[in-house]
Design a protein around this ligand. Structure first.
Ligand code: PLP
Length: 423
C-alpha cells in the first residue's frame, strides 16, 4: 500500500475539498474560518476570480517556458511592478519557486557579489537567534529555529548570531527603548568586528519576525542602525520578507515602515497569495551591476525559475491589491482586529502580549501575565491551541517550544486582507 507522507507521519489531517474567500471546507462537510491565511499566505482569500482567470489565460497561452530559453511577458511585467513599488533602487527581480529558495538565492547572490568584486574570502553571514528563514540547508543554517535545525546541525554552515529585537521579553523593566535598541546594535557591531568585517557577507533579518516569535516588529530606529552598520563595514543587508512582505503589514514591503533600503529582499508566501508556489529576490543596482559586469551569470538556475503560470498568479494578486486599495484596508482592519483582540483577551491572565502590524498579529501565551512566565515546553500548548481551534472550525498558526534555549508559545493570526469585522 502506498501513502502520501504527511508532516506528521502518525496523523492524517482533514481532507480539504473546497475553499472560498475566508473559508475552507473538509470532506466531512466541516467549515473552517481561515484566520491565519494558512501560514500567512492567502492574503486574498481562496478562489479569487481574477487570479483564477489570469492563471487560466496563461495556461492556455504558454503553460511553461524554461528560463534558459525564454522569458515571458507576465514574468517581465511582474518584475516591473515589484521593482517599481519597492523602496530605493531595488530595481531587479529574480523569480523562484518559494520562500526557502528565495533565501538560498539571496545568500548566493550576496556571496557572488563579493567573489566577483575580488573578495572571495568573505563567507560569514550574521543572523538573529530567534529567526526562521526556511527549511533548505542554507536557509536552515541561517535561521535560529532550534527544533527545526536539531537533526541537521552537522550539515549546516556556521552562522554568527545576535539577539533578536524582542522588546516584550528582553528589554529590562526601566530600560529606555533607545538604550535597548542601542545595545542590540552594539552587539551586531561586535559580531562584525569579531568575524573581521573583511570576512562578512551580510546580515539577514525579518523586518517583522514571523514563525519564531509571532509578529514582532523592530523597535524604532533599529533597522536604521542596522543599515548604518552595514554601510560602515561594507556588508550587505538582506531583508527576509517571505512572511511579512507583500502588504501583510499595511505597506507592500514591511521594511518601508522602518525607512531603509536593504540590498536584497526575499519574498514568498503572499507574493502569489497561495495560488501558485512562487518566491522572488529583489536586488539593488550595485549588486546586479557588479555581476552583470563580471561573470554575467547568476549561478542559481532552477527548472521552475520565472514559471509563467506562477508569474501570472502573482501578477494578478499584485493588481488586485492595488486596484482594491488593500494596503490601506490592511492598516485599518489590522488596527480594528488588534483592538478587538485586546477587548477580548487584553486582560486574560494567559495572554502576555498582543502585537503586530497590519493584519500580521501575534499573541504570546504565558502562565502568568505579570511575571511573563512561559508554559512548560513539554505541554506543547501552542499545538494544543491549534488543535482546539481546528476542532472549533478556526485556523490559527501556532509556534513555540524551545527556541535557542528559551521557551515560548505564540499564536499567529494573519487573516486574508478581505476579512471583515464580522469575520
Ligand atoms: N522566511 C520566512 C521569514 C518564513 O516565514 C518562511 C516560511 O515560513 C520562509 C522563509 C520559508 O518559506 P517557504 O516555506 O515558502 O520555503
Amino acid at each position: 500500500m502506498t501513502h502520501l507522507i504527511h508532516r506528521n507521519l502518525r496523523h492524517t489531517p482533514p481532507v480539504a475539498v473546497s475553499a472560498f474567500g475566508m473559508y475552507m471546507r473538509d470532506s466531512a462537510g466541516k467549515t473552517y474560518l481561515d484566520a491565519s491565511g494558512g501560514a500567512a499566505v492567502s492574503s486574498l482569500g481562496h478562489s479569487h476570480p481574477d487570479v483564477l482567470a489570469a492563471m487560466q489565460a496563461q495556461m492556455k497561452s504558454a503553460s511553461y517556458a524554461h528560463s534558459g530559453f525564454f522569458t515571458t511577458d507576465v514574468a517581465e511585467e511582474l518584475a516591473h511592478r515589484l521593482a517599481t513599488d519597492a523602496p530605493g533602487d531595488l530595481n531587479h527581480v529574480y523569480l523562484v519557486s518559494g520562500g526557502s529558495e528565495a533565501i538560498e538565492a539571496a545568500l548566493k547572490l550576496a556571496r557572488q557579489y563579493f567573489v566577483e568584486g575580488g573578495e572571495p574570502q568573505r563567507r560569514v553571514f550574521i543572523a538573529r537567534r530567534q529567526s526562521y528563514h526556511g527549511n533548505t540547508l542554507g536557509a536552515l543554517a541561517l535561521g535560529g529555529n532550534e527544533a527545526r535545525r536539531r537533526q541537521f546541525e552537522l550539515l549546516l554552515m556556521d552562522v554568527a548570531r545576535v539577539a533578536p529585537c524582542y522588546e516584550y521579553r528582553d528589554r529590562p523593566a526601566g530600560q529606555d527603548l533607545q538604550d535597548y535598541t542601542a545595545g542590540l546594535l552594539a552587539e551586531l557591531e561586535e559580531r562584525i568586528i569579531e568575524a573581521g568585517p573583511q570576512n562578512v557577507i551580510g546580515f539577514c533579518a525579518e523586518p517583522v519576525v514571523g514563525a519564531t516569535l509571532g509578529a514582532v516588529p523592530a523597535t524604532p530606529g533599529y533597522f536604521k542602525g542596522v543599515r548604518a552598520l552595514c554601510d560602515r563595514y561594507g556588508i550587505l543587508f538582506i531583508a527576509d520578507e517571505v512572511m511579512c512582505g507583500m502588504g501583510r503589514t499595511g505597506t507592500l514591503y514591511a521594511i518601508e515602515q522602518d525607512g531603509v533600503v536593504p540590498d536584497l529582499v526575499a519574498l514568498g508566501k503572499g507574493l502569489a497569495a497561495g495560488y501558485q508556489p512562487v518566491g522572488a529576490v529583489l536586488a539593488r543596482d550595485h549588486v546586479v551591476e557588479r555581476v552583470r559586469n563580471g561573470s554575467g551569470v547568476f549561478q542559481h538556475g532552477h527548472t521552475y525559475n520565472a514559471h509563467p503560470v506562477a508569474a501570472a498568479a502573482a501578477l494578478a494578486v499584485q493588481k488586485v491589491i492595488r486596484r482594491d486599495c488593500l494596503l490601506g484596508a490592511v492598516t485599518v482592519r489590522g488596527a480594528t482586529f488588534r483592538r478587538m483582540l485586546r477587548d477580548a483577551f487584553g486582560a486574560h491572565r494567559n495572554v502576555g502580549d498582543i502585537r503586530g502590524r497590519g493584519l500580521f498579529v501575534g499573541l504570546e501565551l504565558v502562565q502568568d501575565r505579570d511575571t511573563k512566565r512561559p508554559f512548560d515546553p513539554d505541554l506543547k500548548l501552542h499545538a494544543a491551541v491549534k488543535e482546539q481551534a481546528m476542532a472549533c472550525g478556526l485556523m490559527v498558526y501556532p509556534m513555540g517550544g524551545t527556541i535557542d534555549g528559551r521557551r515560548g508559545d505564540h499564536i499567529l493570526l494573519a487573516p486574508p486582507f478581505i476579512a471583515t469585522e464580522a469575520d
